[in-house]
Design a protein around this ligand. Structure first.
Ligand SMILES: CC(C)(COP(=O)(O)OP(=O)(O)OC[C@H]1O[C@@H](n2cnc3c(N)ncnc32)[C@H](O)[C@@H]1OP(=O)(O)O)[C@@H](O)C(=O)NCCC(=O)NCCS
Length: 219
């Protein structure tokens, strides 16, 4: 049954290996508990905000609040669409599309993490392709952007292996210290030519378009 009010709850992307689903409270709880089990070693912070270092149970509660905030603050002008990544029905991590002024800029940023036990097995690459598929083919984007700290090998590994174009560095603060974030972009035509796959399916997009300020022809 489709959700009568908030169509994003029915948004799904399926690949042969995994599924992306808009995060409801049940998946938010699973992600909060997964995050509390650990995402990275204690001496390496992959995120701009060191949210993952918060002690339990505050970490889990902050995680729930983050997903609620994404829903509460969504508008046509600004979206953060967080998606759970499921492998064989189990939540293993999250990916998401973040954007503002999409109707004009046609650009979205991606961000993601996996529980530690699920890393290093190709899920990161597959879930990035699925997220790009949603942005380019579901929402009609022209450009995808991403970034990672210059010492985040696995995240840069995903980005480089998918053939993004490097477009600079940005100085940013990581736990009070200046660090360099490497920035990348991928254009729609490049995605369509090299990465488009016919074994990936998206469902529930059409009903989300008006909520996101898009025309029916955008999806
Ligand atoms: C980043 C993350 C999502 C990547 O997912 P993953 O499943 O671990 O990555 P994959 O197994 O799909 O690996 C993708 C590519 O990176 C490469 N890679 C992995 N570790 C690497 C390293 N240390 N240095 C360089 N390349 C690396 C892999 O070889 C693979 O490339 P290939 O397909 O060409 O062989 C995951 O590691 C993670 O959640 N890390 C902690 C949180 C995080 O860093 N989030 C991103 C913040 S910007």
């Amino acid at each position: 049954m489709t959700h009568p009010v908030w169509p994003l709850f029915d948004l799904q992307v399926r690949t042969p290996r995994l599924e992306l689903r808009y995060i409801d409270d049940e998946m938010a709880t699973e992600l909060a508990l997964l995050a509390a089990k650990g995402i990275h070693p204690p001496d390496f912070m992959p995120f701009a905000m060191p949210w993952s270092e918060e002690p339990s149970p505050q970490l889990e509660r902050n995680t729930m609040q983050f997903y609620w905030r994404c829903r509460a603050e969504l508008s046509p002008a600004k979206w953060n669409i967080p998606l759970a990544v499921l492998v064989e029905g189990a939540v293993v991590g999250t990916t998401g599309l973040i954007t503002h002024d999409f109707q004009v800029l046609r650009t979205f940023e991606t961000g993601s993490w996996l529980g530690r036990e699920h890393q290093g097995a190709g899920i990161g690459k597959e879930m990035r392709i699925a997220t790009l598929h949603l942005g380019f083919l579901g929402f009609g984007a022209q450009r995808a952007t991403t970034g990672a700290w210059e010492d985040n090998g696995p995240s840069l590994g995903v980005t480089n292996s998918l053939g993004y174009v490097a477009n600079g560095h940005r100085a940013a603060v990581r736990k009070g210290i200046e660090c360099s974030e490497r920035r990348f972009e991928m254009m729609r035509d490049d995605f369509l030519t090299r990465l488009r796959r016919d074994d990936i399916t998206v469902s529930g997009v059409d009903d989300c378009l008006a909520l996101l300020g898009l025309e029916p022809t955008d999806g």
